[in-house]
Structure formats: structure tokens, C-alpha cells
Design a binder for this molecule. Structure first.
Ligand code: PXP
Length: 250
């Protein structure tokens, strides 16, 4: 995919279609059907997180997404040997390395590259060599961005969760401070040659300032869109998010 400062890609995360399916077992609703619909509604790619405990997306979902969806698949994964083997077997367009704890409800913070830099450098290498765009999910932090360059990741995804949480709790001063941090770190990462993505917790209310950051090439959005789809349908929810992103970039 080419990147221009005007165009901002939307990756739709379909994990929570699988969450609803798994609440009852069985096959419905089917996250791969949601992926097809997301693509027709204007998604530039599909994002799915294969968690260690398989609480939503399953191995079979990843196999079907790889086979059936002709837009880029972004596989979110913990830096484990099991996930490396799966990624190398399926060769998705992109692999986003995220921290993962079984007890967390969602991915609660960014990866601490500094804590395990050598291991992560060795982890990223075979994925890169196999042709996957490797991105590292990190907080907007200068030291983490510099470490991402050292481990030779071509892409970072900036965690927007803190910014969105402050907004939801009405802590506007903290929200604005986090937005400044995201803006500065997006520019810093871009100046070092990294491609910059952003995501986590984004909604119609919070997407515009993030979509305005000129260095950000891709947003990955899931939970809010799947929730909104209950009321308006997935096509309309994605179309509205796409409209807000495009308007922000004008
Ligand atoms: N980006 C990354 C790296 C994530 O881990 C997630 C959540 O799986 C998202 C984006 C999407 O976050 P949300 O579902 O809150 O929109």
C-alpha cells in the first residue's frame, strides 16, 4: 500500500464479532463475514488479534481471513514462539506485536521494547525477512520509538488508549496533554523513517484530532465500530468513521 500525507488508511478490527460468537459457541456471528462487509464498506485492511487464550479470534478465523480477504491482513500478536510460527505459516501483510496478559480485558499498555530489546530484535527479524510489515504497539514515548528503530521495525503503532480514556472520563487537560504527546511522537517517529499508525479506543468523538496528525498513515479501530454496528449496521458505522477521517485530512 502506498502512503501519502493526504490519505489515511482504516484497518477495521473484527475481534469483537468473534467475542459475540464465542459467548455462545457455534459459528454466528462470523468475523470473516464481518471482514468481507468491512472491505465493501471502505476498510483498507482487516485487523485481528489472535490472543494466546483464543478468547475471540480463532486459528481457523486467521486461516480463513488469509484465504478469503483480498485486502491486507494485520495480525496482532504477542511476541511468543507460538505466534511466530503461526505468522510464518500464514504470512499476513502485517504483524503488529502487542503486549499480552491473560488477566487484562484488552491490550492495556504499549510494549516495553527497552525491557527486552535483544529478544525483540531477534523476534522481528524472521518476520521481516519473510516479507511481513512488522509494527510495534507502543506508548507515545521517545525512548520506545528510538528502540523500535534499533530493533529494525519499519512501523510503530501509537497507543491512543490513554487519550481516549481521559476523554471518556472528562479529564480534558490530561486528554489534551496526551494529544500533544501523540502529535510530537508521531512527528519524531516519522523523522526517524518509521511509518506511524495509531489505534485503541477510538470513537467518533475522539478520532478527528488523531486523524489530523499528518504523519499517521493508518488507524486501527475495532470495539467502537462493532458496538455501533448493533445500532446502525457495520456498513454505516464504517462509512461514518471513514467520513470523519477523510474530513479531518482535508
Ligand atoms: N490497535 C491495536 C494494536 C490493538 O491491540 C487494538 C485492540 O485489539 C486496536 C488497535 C483496536 O482497538 P479498539 O478495539 O479499542 O478500537
Amino acid at each position: 500500500m502506498t502512503v501519502s500525507s493526504r490519505f489515511l488508511r482504516l484497518g477495521v478490527n473484527i475481534d469483537h464479532v468473534a467475542t459475540i460468537r464465542n459467548a455462545r459457541g457455534g459459528r454466528f456471528p462470523d468475523p470473516v463475514r464481518a471482514a468481507h462487509l468491512a472491505v465493501s464498506a471502505g476498510a483498507d485492511g482487516i485487523t485481528a488479534h489472535l490472543r494466546e487464550d483464543r478468547r475471540h479470534i480463532s486459528d481457523d478465523d486467521i486461516a480463513r481471513l488469509t484465504r478469503e480477504i483480498d485486502k491486507p491482513l494485520n495480525l496482532e500478536m504477542a511476541a511468543t514462539q507460538e505466534m511466530l510460527d503461526i505468522a510464518l505459516a500464514h504470512l499476513p501483510h502485517a504483524c503488529c506485536i502487542v503486549p499480552e496478559k491473560r488477566e487484562e480485558r484488552t491490550t492495556e499498555g504499549g510494549l516495553d521494547i527497552l525491557r527486552e530489546e535483544r529478544r525483540l530484535a531477534a523476534y522481528v527479524a524472521p518476520l521481516r525477512d519473510a516479507g511481513c510489515r512488522v509494527s510495534i504497539f507502543i506508548a507515545p514515548d521517545r525512548a520506545q520509538i528510538e528502540a523500535a528503530v534499533r530493533i529494525k521495525a519499519p512501523v510503530i503503532e501509537l497507543h491512543t488508549g490513554a487519550y481516549c480514556d481521559h476523554h471518556a472520563q472528562g479529564h480534558m487537560a490530561e486528554r489534551d496533554a496526551e494529544l500533544v504527546r501523540l502529535a510530537e511522537m508521531a512527528a519524531f517517529a516519522h523523522s526517524l523513517g518509521l511509518e506511524v499508525h495509531a489505534g485503541h479506543g477510538l470513537t467518533y468523538d475522539t478520532v478527528t484530532p488523531i486523524a489530523r496528525l499528518p504523519e499517521v498513515a493508518e488507524l486501527n479501530i475495532g470495539h467502537f465500530l462493532i458496538g455501533e454496528a448493533i445500532f446502525t449496521g457495520l456498513t454505516a458505522a464504517i462509512a461514518e468513521m471513514r467520513r470523519l477521517m477523510d474530513e479531518a485530512r482535508l
